[in-house]
Design a protein around this ligand. Structure first.
Ligand SMILES: NC(=O)c1ccc[n+]([C@@H]2O[C@H](COP(=O)([O-])OP(=O)(O)OC[C@H]3O[C@@H](n4cnc5c(N)ncnc54)[C@H](OP(=O)(O)O)[C@@H]3O)[C@@H](O)[C@H]2O)c1
Length: 228
């Protein structure tokens, strides 16, 4: 992996993945919606890291935004804009934004970069276990994370020999969105007795990007929570 693109790399899991690869001496491009915030995150990560602005919810602008990237060995799609939505109180605009971001936006990034991804390169998409374990307000999140599993299948065939895999995290206990919330009910149902951490997610990403034989895998990183 000499050149990495991390979409959604300004915070949370994407930022930790960017940090890992930058620390190991790789060239990293991380993205967020805002150029200044992306540049600040890149500076903070250090090494050979560049920040780039793109909005996955505006998919027609993604191609031009990625025009400056020359080559890609590893692509990570980790962005999310959480939509708290229920069927009873359905906010169509919020739902459309997340559906566009994760399904059309993720796909358009791959479309825009596909000719620049090395044949032995790899892609990791982020879904999430809300697809199987909904929580109040997760209607759109559960929907899009379920659909990422379908997107995986078609990308594996269409992009061959480039490998594509998905990580479905459970609740990542030290990630910015969850770290100040009470997740004791989740821990109680997690067989290994502890939540996944951002370091666990980085470790899983490195495995999926690096292992030459792993392709088309949806990997749950949840401490066994789905079985609890
Ligand atoms: N954390 C968890 O426990 C957990 C659990 C299950 C699944 N996941 C999945 O794991 C992935 C990472 O989650 P996270 O918790 O690390 O997220 P996060 O901390 O909220 O970070 C989200 C990232 O997405 C970027 N982003 C937001 N809206 C965007 C848009 N419209 N276009 C482009 N980029 C956008 C943000 O950049 P800016 O704010 O700078 O624009 C930021 O870099 C997501 O796909 C999420 O669904 C996470």
């Amino acid at each position: 992996m000499s050149s990495l693109v991390i979409v959604g790399g300004t915070s949370g899991l994407g930022l930790e993945i960017a940090r890992h690869y930058a620390d190991a001496g790789h060239r990293v491009t991380l993205t967020g919606r805002d150029a200044d915030r992306a540049a600040a995150a890149a500076k903070d990560v250090g090494g050979d890291t560049t920040g780039l602005a793109l909005d996955l919810a505006a998919p027609k602008d993604i191609g031009p935004a990625l025009a400056g990237i020359e080559s890609v060995d590893g692509l990570v799609l980790a962005a999310v804009e959480r939509d708290v939505n229920t069927v009873a109180d359905y906010d169509i605009d919020r739902a459309l934004r997340l559906v566009t971001l994760k399904l059309v936006g993720y796909t358009e990034v791959v479309h825009a970069l596909r000719s620049r991804i090395a044949p032995d390169g790899a892609i990791v998409l982020f879904g999430g276990l809300a697809k199987e374990r909904p929580y109040p307000g997760s209607t759109t999140v559960s929907t899009v994370n379920g659909a990422v599993a379908g997107l995986l299948n078609t990308l594996v065939l269409e992009l061959a020999p480039i490998r594509v895999n998905v990580i479905h995290p459970g609740f990542v206990g030290d990630s910015p969105y969850w770290r100040d919330r009470d997740l004791s009910h989740v821990i109680a149902r997690t067989p290994c007795g502890q939540l996944a951490t951002m370091a666990d997610i980085v470790d899983a990403t490195v495995f999926l990007l690096g292992n030459r034989a792993v392709n088309g895998v949806s990997l749950n990183v949840d401490g066994g929570w789905l079985l609890g």
